[in-house]
Design a protein around this ligand. Structure first.
Ligand code: UDP
Length: 232
């Protein structure tokens, strides 16, 4: 199969159907704009399975995503999209970069949930941008941004309600959006403990990539625990 793109954690392959791609999940873990790197055995399998569960949930709830089906331990079949170069972060509780940037207390609740945009550009280190930057740089149109915001909040509501039933708090997460050939905007990329912050509702333990960022260890064990809880 023709390789269309290789990123830090995934590879995208073209299939015989021009509208479909296969996304392969690797075991590479990176943080701090790829300055910190490691291989965590089995992470790709866990992220593929967890993402597949979340995308299935969203598709069933009427939120359009690129996901078609999981086809193997490390692969999912998805619609080919043109990725909109904006990382959309939704926050329910303050932690991570916002605490450092704005000096607000850890665990401050955002109600309504906060949406932020980052310009998807590795060379620039994915800088935070505002709505006007999005328009001026023509990253998306006014209408696209409206759609993206509505979709991001809907994804937050669905995942939050689902996860809390499994004793997981959805602290924050990053989404990417893509456009299909006909212009439809869909949720793309992955939704996994690499791209979300999950806290154990009972113990407060981190069940996400912060275990890698903060050298807490046992990453695969906690990703496995997320999978086992949401499979129930
Ligand atoms: N995030 C991501 N990719 C990025 C940056 C952030 O998936 O390149 C996710 C991250 O896992 C967290 C949320 O977006 O769930 C908010 O991250 P934050 O801005 O706090 O950045 P960080 O603390 O990771 O630098």
């Amino acid at each position: 199969m023709e390789k269309l793109y290789e990123g830090k954690a995934k590879i995208v392959y073209q299939t015989e159907n021009p509208n479909h791609v296969i996304i392969y999940f690797k075991d590479e873990a990176t943080a701090f704009n790829a300055q910190k790197k490691d291989i965590i055995e089995g992470k790709g399998i866990l992220n593929n399975k967890i993402s597949s569960i979340f995308f299935t949930l969203l598709n069933q709830a009427g939120v359009k995503t690129h996901f078609i089906k999981q086809i193997s331990d490390r692969e999912m079949l998805a619609y080919k999209t043109k990725i909109i170069p904006i990382e959309v972060v939704v926050r329910n509780l303050a932690t991570g970069s916002i605490v450092k940037r704005l000096g607000i207390p850890e665990k401050t609740e955002f109600n309504p949930s906060l949406i932020e945009f980052y310009y998807k550009n590795d060379a620039l280190g994915d800088p935070i941008i505002c709505y006007e930057h999005v328009l001026v740089m023509k990253l998306a149109t006014e209408e696209d941004v409206k759609t993206i915001k509505e979709m991001a909040l809907k994804v937050n509501q669905i995942l939050r309600d689902f996860l809390i039933k499994h004793d997981i708090i959805l602290v924050d997460f990053k989404l990417e959006f893509g456009k299909l050939d006909d212009g439809t905007i869909v949720v793309a990329d992955e939704i996994s403990p690499d791209t979300c912050r999950f806290w154990d509702a009972k113990t407060g333990e981190r069940m996400d990539k912060d275990r890698f960022r903060l050298n807490l260890g046992d990453l695969a064990k906690y990703y496995q625990e997320v999978l086992e809880r949401i499979e129930k």
